[in-house]
Design a protein around this ligand. Sequence first.
Ligand SMILES: Cc1cc2nc3c(=O)[nH]c(=O)nc-3n(C[C@H](O)[C@H](O)[C@H](O)COP(=O)(O)OP(=O)(O)OC[C@H]3O[C@@H](n4cnc5c(N)ncnc54)[C@H](O)[C@@H]3O)c2cc1C
Length: 477
Amino acid sequence: MSEAIAFLPPRPEVLARRAEILADLKELVPQGRLVEERNALVPFETDGFIAYRRRPLAVVLPETTAQVAAVMKYCHRYGIPVVPRGAGTSLSGGAIPQEDAVVLGLSAMTRIIEVDYANRCATVQAGVTNLAISDAVGADGYFYAPDPSSQLACTIGGNIAMNSGGAHCLKYGVTTNNLLGVKIVLVDGTIVDLGGKHLDAEGYDLLGLVCGSEGQLGIVTEATVRLLAKPEGARPVLFGFDSAEEAGSCVADVIGAGIIPVAIEFMDKPAIEICEAFAKAGYPLDVEALLIVEVEGSEAEMDAMLAAIVEIAKRHGVKTVRESQSANEAALIWKGRKSAFGATGRIADYICMDGTVPLSQLAYVLRKTSEIIDRYGLRVANVFHAGDGNMHPLILYNINDPEDAAKAEAAGMEILKLCVDAGGCLTGEHGVGIEKRDLMLHQFTQVDLDQQMAVRSAFDADWILNPSKVFPLEGRA
Ligand SMILES: Cc1cc2nc3c(=O)[nH]c(=O)nc-3n(C[C@H](O)[C@H](O)[C@H](O)COP(=O)(O)OP(=O)(O)OC[C@H]3O[C@@H](n4cnc5c(N)ncnc54)[C@H](O)[C@@H]3O)c2cc1C
């Protein structure tokens, strides 16, 4: 376990009152919805950023907005930090608690409240999983577009807090582009509705502000999301290349030509081998890099778009072009890609970077990334949303070897700085969390951060909501 990233020291006055706080919280949530035993708290100590863990004071699992409001009102009154949590799949440590915090888990709020086809939207509780929304409307020909690879587990509340993306966001946009409204509980327990079933609203865009605010402005308890009609057809196609840089340049040229497929995903050789061993998806093993390009529409539309992409790929020396021939084959191609992180976890511990770069810099950043990894004597598997320029180098290391862990973190930080220096940003979809918090001054000036912190303070003057995250501990107002 690494300790390079500091957490705020626990508030002694909160720790000292633990027994009293537990007794009070028990009154605010239904029986069995307060977790207080040491062993039962272990699953809540960390999230997908497993290098760090802290045992929280307690966990509450409310079932209604009113119960969330009661917990917030209580914690606000006594200055008790609160860390909201969905499924705990955050890769940036966004849901890792601190010792004096109450974890407010939304995973028991799993009701689909309304499906409204006339207004092409659905309203769900915050703990509903991403995939459950598409599952609920799929038989009627609809789907919810943002599709993080963790969609089987992650919650819509977590997606909103992180403004999550996914493979198909190239065409459909990320969470913020598919979110119409939220019910949110403010730090003092006030319940507010933002947005609704309409596309725009008067006044400041507070809905846009809440989306991506990493649990620091309030607790989302309900969300109204946009539903889309399923396309007539969809076809993933595999493009194999002899070099990662050629694959990267091909992506830039496809998008530069004004062609927007639904998805363009990238895998380098290590990632291809890892995913193929897991999913038996039929990925070519004799190439250095693979693009999964998905087109959709009528057969004629898909053929026309593919023909244009193949022409561009040929200019980059494409070695293999393989179209999926059946729904089963298409599903396997996506299973392989979407299982990439889990499949990598079978062979090593890893940290997943999330820097985003302008497409014109993709080939350069890929080359520099491998130079950084070589310099640290580490291994990397690259698998990412290439069409968005959203890179995910998975840096492999041994979590039980502190030296190896420190090297992996240092290499990761260099890669993220490289992305910023290439004109990109620290996060494309995983959020800042604790992982990238201390790099925020590489992206922003102190003046920029002061403005952002002023907004945060307007919602939560005492900074009790997810306090260790997003903003460097040094230089806080
Ligand atoms: C295998 C794997 C693949 C992944 N693939 C992708 C991907 O393709 N795209 C992508 O974007 N991400 C991906 N992720 C990251 C992660 O799944 C997303 O960030 C997801 O949105 C987190 O949802 P969650 O419910 O697990 O939230 P948590 O991890 O529990 O919490 C995440 C953050 O949201 C806050 N939060 C949670 N619920 C609420 C709420 N109701 N109100 C206010 N704040 C809240 C938490 O405080 C925390 O800051 C992946 C993760 C894994 C493990």
